[in-house]
Design a protein around this ligand. Structure first.
Ligand code: FES
Length: 210
């Protein structure tokens, strides 16, 4: 169980009508955004026969499972079973919901809603998310910072703006790094993106050398 907000994705990577797979601690999670822009996160398992809900598709304000088409509203309650079109599904048929928040350009998830808000990221714009073949402790060690609620800062120097790195554990020796940068020109953001790739190369090389 996670008691803190976990960064699941940059908001810009989940458009309206989109579904993606993510991870919250040890839970595999489906995160989706409805046609009106509302986000939700559920355990990635359909309550019918266990198909991954992240393989489903969004219809308006509902997510449909790709297997038999059971349709769930934003609160996770089943509203439609295509094989029984006249049935009003019982309220007990629902997905296992997580807390989910879209704030500061980031989608945050937690297995239970934390008492505190996600950390204040300051004045930043989304850059990109990268998968690292390194655990979050190894990534943090490369920045020289101790993880503070998985928020790190990376000063890449030169024309590259300082980066805010949000770390998400994906499994043993694997993590996602969601990067944001101080607002700046397009050229500097391209340089920041390259700096992030270079940081990943150095971090992964350190792991191989260890
Ligand atoms: S497994 Fe999802 S509707 Fe059947």
């Amino acid at each position: 169980m996670t008691t803190e907000w976990i960064p699941a994705a940059l908001s810009s990577d989940l458009p309206r009508g989109g579904v993606m797979a993510s991870v919250c601690g040890t839970l595999e999670v489906a995160v989706w955004r409805s046609a009106s822009g509302r986000v939700a996160a559920w355990v990635d398992r359909c309550p019918h026969r266990g198909m991954r809900l992240s393989h489903g598709f969004v219809r308006g304000e509902m997510l449909s499972c790709i297997y038999h088409g059971w349709r769930f509203d934003g609160a996770g309650r089943c509203r439609k079973i295509p094989a029984h079109p006249d049935l009003d599904p019982p309220e007990t048929i629902r997905t296992q919901s997580l807390a989910c928040l879209d704030a500061q350009g980031v989608i945050w998830i937690a297995s239970e809603a934390p008492a505190v808000a996600p950390p204040d990221l300051g004045n930043v714009v989304p850059l990109r998310s990268l998968t690292f073949e390194a655990g979050i402790d190894a990534v943090a060690a490369m920045t020289g910072e101790v993880p503070d609620r998985s928020l790190l800062r990376l000063d890449a120097h030169g024309p590259v703006p300082p980066l805010v790195l949000l770390l998400q554990a994906l499994g043993p020796g694997r993590s996602a790094v969601h990067a944001l940068a101080a607002p700046t020109g397009t050229g500097a953001l391209v340089a920041a993106s390259r700096a992030l790739e270079d940081f990943r190369r150095r971090t992964e090389a350190q792991g191989i050398a260890a």
